[in-house]
Design a protein around this ligand. Structure first.
Ligand code: ZN
Length: 350
């Protein structure tokens, strides 16, 4: 039986922050809102609901933890996993249906209490400092995993547990078959590819969410929309992305940078992202590299890039730093490549 380390438990990005700093309002919304893409209208509540929205701008409802009924199980690698009761029953049915197709899954992680998240935040703060903790650990109260309705699956292929994200993501055919079956049992795939500016997370084929409504789940899945836009808190209008031409970076590297920007944009309450464009290799100068490295003495970056963004703020901006109903043009994002080869957002603004 393999016992996984503390660090490996928090590897999943949906349990973490997306390695980006948060500067723009993270307080929970308090109003309901509808938009033209809406099928349902989201109403904020303090109570438990299978249709509750918990994301980077919507906090776990106040009475949730005292109303939540959970079950605990031990998975094939020996970890204890806690889920909401009805979500667990639905998961068992999904698992049985998958078994008939010779697809084997288990639960990697599901519920994590706000207190537990706070404990991890405190541990990280003590060990690595507040800045690193804020960048690495999801803010307590704003993770969908608090609900007990979000489940992270892992695959068992040829009798082997496939638990690491970079390994799991390769099994695209298996995931496609799993995703097809989700709505029937009241589940949706939560973090869709290309929708990072709405969900705040990169694509996670393993993170599924129970909503206890097969009809709604089917509609969301068939339309390929996010839970946010189904509930009317976000718009699915397409975002124009222009990677331009670069001799310094591959398209894949620039795509990874854009995902970081989009994930951070998801913190901006109801702002509408219009387009993102690569500022060009001309922005990658020795002078700019020197400036970036002067911002944080702890880092010694070698590669940087710049993107520009246009976005529009809502009629009544919930963010003090942003004007209401305003068109922001050429907003700048500076990123630098970290030791792991990923991008850190190092500066943003005008
Ligand atoms: Zn997850």
């Amino acid at each position: 039986m393999k016992k996984r380390s503390f660090i490996s438990i928090i590897i999943c990005m949906c349990l973490m922050a997306t390695l980006i700093l948060t500067s723009c309002g993270e307080k929970a919304d308090t109003e309901s809102k509808s938009s033209k893409n809406t099928t349902a209208t989201y109403v904020e509540s303090d109570d438990f609901s299978y249709m509750a929205l918990v994301n980077k701008t919507h906090k776990l409802p106040k009475n949730w933890e005292k109303q939540l009924k959970t079950v605990k199980m031990t998975n094939s690698v020996g970890d204890e996993v806690e889920t909401e009761k009805k979500a667990y029953d639905a998961y068992q049915k999904l698992k049985a249906a998958l078994k008939k197709e010779k697809i084997y899954v288990d639960l990697d992680s599901a519920r994590r209490s706000v207190k537990e998240q706070q404990r991890i935040m405190d541990d990280f703060t003590k060990q690595y400092g507040a800045d690193y903790a804020a960048k690495t650990v999801a803010k307590p109260g704003y993770s969908e995993h608090h609900t007990g309705l979000a489940l992270d699956l892992y695959l068992i292929v040829d009798g082997k547990d496939i638990v690491e994200n970079e390994d799991m993501i390769k099994f695209t055919e298996i995931w496609a078959k799993i995703h097809k079956l989700l709505p029937k049992y009241g589940f949706i795939l939560r973090y869709l590819e290309g929708k990072e500016h709405i969900t705040g997370y990169g694509y996670e084929p393993w993170h599924i969410r129970y909503i206890d409504d097969a009809k709604a789940a089917k509609e969301i899945t068939d339309k390929g929309i996010t839970f946010e836009s189904y509930l009317g808190t976000a718009s699915e209008d397409p975002v124009k992305i222009d990677y331009g031409k670069s001799k310094l970076y591959t398209k894949k590297q620039l795509e990874a940078a854009v995902i970081q920007i989009k994930c951070k944009f998801a913190f901006w309450h109801e702002c509408k992202l219009e387009n993102i464009r690569y500022a060009g290799d001309k922005a990658v100068t020795e002078k700019n590299l020197k400036w970036i490295n002067s911002l944080d003495k702890n880092n010694k970056y070698k590669k940087i890039c710049e993107f520009l963004m246009d976005f529009h703020t809502p009629e009544k901006s919930k963010d003090d730093a942003l004007e209401s109903d305003h068109e922001y043009k050429d907003y700048q994002w500076w990123l630098a490549q970290n030791e792991e080869g990923g991008w850190d957002i190092v500066s943003q603004g005008y």
